[in-house]
Ligand binder design. Structure first.
Ligand code: FPP
Length: 237
């Protein structure tokens, strides 16, 4: 690989519904299979030496889905957080959740806090799951905080990139080097818009429930072929 391996990979998990429809099954079957793909992918990323993995689990826009599907997704999160924390610890994985917690019920918020607490000393991979997350909302909250903090001191706000980055949910994570989206769709859908300014984007046709190590390896090999210039010209050209 000519470029350094990515320190942070972010994934938009897409295609659960289509996976189910292709089999004549209700959409929730796709989401259930999607949890298996999520577990496979976390393990593969840790094996491949990735330090940070961020997964888009539930967007601020996903509340617009039918109530039964929203309940199914929230139920899967509950089950994952209650049953798989030991697995995360065995694999040295620290779990963090980004997004607006107040959107969730007290029991789900409690499970999130518990999982974060129980995994906080794990060092092999930092797994960040975006739940009730939207990038525009994140940026709006960051700027609001900046203005409110300044108002509290009676000074004009100092608005620059570092001040905004420091107030994002991802303030302690490096920017993603690689963003992957499954299912053949090619868009960011309000995911990590600020942080992905210079990310390499890789789109794979695999529907999320079928995603696994081979897709991650493919995305990494594609990433390895990219020439990352960050807007500059490579000297000697
Ligand atoms: C998109 O498929 C997928 C999601 C809504 C998010 C991913 C959800 C899971 C993997 C399940 C549970 C999550 C956690 C965090 C335990 P889609 O329904 O948009 O698929 P479609 O575009 O084919 O309809």
């Amino acid at each position: 690989m000519s470029v350094a391996p990515p320190r942070h990979i972010a994934i938009i998990m897409d295609g659960n519904g289509r996976w189910a429809r292709a089999r004549g099954l209700p959409r929730h079957f796709g989401h259930r299979k999607g949890v298996e793909a999520l577990r496979r992918t976390i393990e593969a990323a840790a094996d491949l030496g990735i330090a940070n993995l961020t997964l888009f689990g539930f967007s601020t826009e996903n509340w617009r889905r039918p109530a039964s599907e929203v309940q199914e997704l929230l139920g899967l999160m509950r089950r994952y957080l209650s049953s798989h924390v030991a697995e995360l610890c065995e694999n040295g994985i620290r779990l963090r959740v980004i997004g607006e917690r107040q959107g969730f019920s007290r029991d789900l918020a409690g499970l999130i806090e518990r999982a974060e607490e129980l995994t906080r000393n794990n060092r092999r991979l930092v797994l960040t799951v975006a739940l009730n997350y939207g990038a525009r909302r994140e940026l709006t909250l960051a700027v609001t905080r900046l203005v409110e903090e300044a108002a509290a001191t009676g000074k004009a706000p100092l608005i620059d990139e570092a001040a905004i980055s420091a107030r994002l949910f991802t303030h302690d994570l490096p920017d993603p080097d690689l963003v992957i989206r499954s299912s053949g769709e090619q868009r960011l859908s309000n995911f990590l818009l600020w942080q992905s300014a210079y990310a390499e984007l890789v789109f794979v046709d695999t529907l999320w429930p079928d995603f696994g190590r081979a897709d991650l390896e493919y995305a990494l090999s594609e990433y390895g072929r990219r020439d990352r210039r960050y807007g500059a010209v490579v000297t000697g050209e």
